[in-house]
Design a binder for this molecule. Structure first.
Ligand code: EPZ
Length: 421
């Protein structure tokens, strides 16, 4: 397993190009199951999760050909509507094949994703919505076994705002008989990007980006081309890293409109943020004030940016509070940040961070994707060397992160873990 070595204490300076969004790419890849004709995608990021999902789809019958950031998928013959445990356990987003499989061929056998480091991650709302559309669903030996002659439109109220739940049901509804209404739908920009892709394929969708999405089923979808939106969480991660190291960087090909809550919080922390089209420049007015945040569904502050802000707050002036309302265990990075000298107390779903003068490099361990990003930021802040183990978590969601950070002046390198004798 690889490790990252970071010699911290250097401000980030320069320009970095933002990659396509992981959390838009994954549902859009699954949308290829809905059509026999090609789906041509641009701006597809080079990530482990994308590779894993393409392999899963190929096992079902999807043909895929990749050329750099371009990926073409086609599914003329969906011969195996099945997602096996050994693939699903490595990437929970595999659940996103369930709705498209049921819509396209009326059957699906998908391993239950199981929990992960940040929480139990149930999929009961995905299942409840598909049953409302007429699917018969049983859980057998750890698999979701689903059948439906033809899904029918339904009015579905989502008790909890769920991003992939909204995406799964929206995809299923595109080929259903009749109209489906998703109430209390997720408003994340990645949901909107998926909807735009489905509309390009011939789906009839309205209200995406609001909490009421209406989908009128059509008999079939057709060939389309779609450019994946930029990754707002990768963007936010680089912005926070620059703010935390008193740097001055410019993001190219990013998505400012999808980052409003994050940009507001960075300005509150004493950053200057300048927008120029799809570019964003960040620098600090002076000392980092740190900022308290409370996570919530879009357009409020995103849970995927919570760990990164915590790292920045560790060396900010004064005391800040971070409240996590989406997942029940998303503070795994705290004990690792403490190893670097951070002063953080946890009370339930709230963390109280008392700024310290500086952090000291140490050996730490990544536990999940965004916790890993938090440790990278802390390593960039810390004096001395930080070694981050288990960085396969990071590779799932950040494209070539050490090359991009190195291009901004960071002293960071990837090494193979020493062999255990
Ligand atoms: C998506 O996960 C993202 N993943 C997550 O990003 C992100 O943190 C999350 O949305 C919240 O924004 C992808 O898009 C691939 P949810 P998802 O369903 O859809 C509860 C990252 O770091 N819930 O919106 O799995 C659930 O327990 C990842 O890139 C149910 O109770 O999250 C949670 O408390 C991490 N029943 C809340 O809803 C369900 O059926 C929100 O979860 C579904 C969800």
């Amino acid at each position: 397993m690889d490790q990252l070595l970071i010699a911290g204490g250097r401000p980030l300076r320069g320009e970095v190009r933002i990659s396509g969004a992981k959390n838009a790419t994954l549902p859009i890849l699954c949308a290829s199951l809905l059509s026999a004709e090609p789906l041509e995608l641009g701006n597809v990021p080079d990530l482990k999760d994308v590779d894993t999902l393409v392999r899963l789809l190929q096992g079902m019958g999807v043909e895929a050909s990749r050329d750099g950031r371009h990926l073409t998928l086609a599914c003329p013959d969906l011969h195996t509507p099945m997602a096996p445990y050994d693939l699903v356990k490595t990437m929970r987003a595999s659940i996103l094949v369930l709705g498209p499989l049921l819509a396209r061929c009326g059957e699906a056998r998908v391993s239950l994703p199981g929990g992960c480091a940040i929480g139990e991650r149930p999929v009961d709302l995905h299942i409840k919505g598909l049953e409302a559309m007429g699917a018969r669903i049983a859980i057998e030996h750890g698999y979701i076994v689903a059948q439906a002659e033809r899904l029918r439109g339904a009015r579905i109220f989502l008790d909890t705002v769920t991003v992939t739940g909204t995406e799964n049901l929206m995809m299923a509804a595109t080929l259903a008989d009749g109209v489906t209404q998703l109430e209390n739908a997720a408003r994340e920009p990645e949901v909107t990007d998926l909807a735009e892709c489905l509309i390009a394929m011939g789906a009839r969708i309205k209200g995406h980006g609001t909490d009421l999405i209406t989908i009128e089923g059509v008999p079939r979808l057709h060939r389309a081309a779609h450019q994946v939106m930029p990754d707002r969480i990768e963007s936010g991660t680089f912005l926070v890293a620059a703010a935390a190291t008193q740097g001055d960087i410019t993001l190219r090909e990013t998505c400012p409109d999808a980052l409003q809550a994050v940009l507001d919080k960075l300005q509150e922390a004493n950053a200057i943020v300048d927008r120029d089209g799809t570019s964003l420049r960040i620098r600090m007015r002076g000392p980092n004030h740190g900022v308290s945040v409370r996570t919530a569904p879009h357009p409020a502050f995103p849970t995927d940016m919570q760990a990164q802000f915590m790292a920045m707050n560790c060396v900010a002036e004064g005391t800040t509070v971070i409240t996590e309302t989406i997942f029940e265990n998303r503070f795994m990075h705290v004990q690792e940040l403490r190893r670097l000298g951070a002063n953080i107390e946890i009370e339930g779903n709230t963390a109280i961070i008392r700024g310290v003068r500086g952090l000291e490099g140490a050996d730490v361990m990544a536990t999940d994707l965004r916790a890993s990003a938090s440790l990278v930021i802390a390593g960039l802040i810390a004096q001395g060397e930080t070694r981050i183990e288990r960085i396969y978590h990071l590779d799932r969601g950040y494209e070539h992160i050490e090359a991009k950070l190195g291009g901004l002046g960071a002293d960071i390198r990837r090494v193979a873990a020493p062999r255990a004798d």
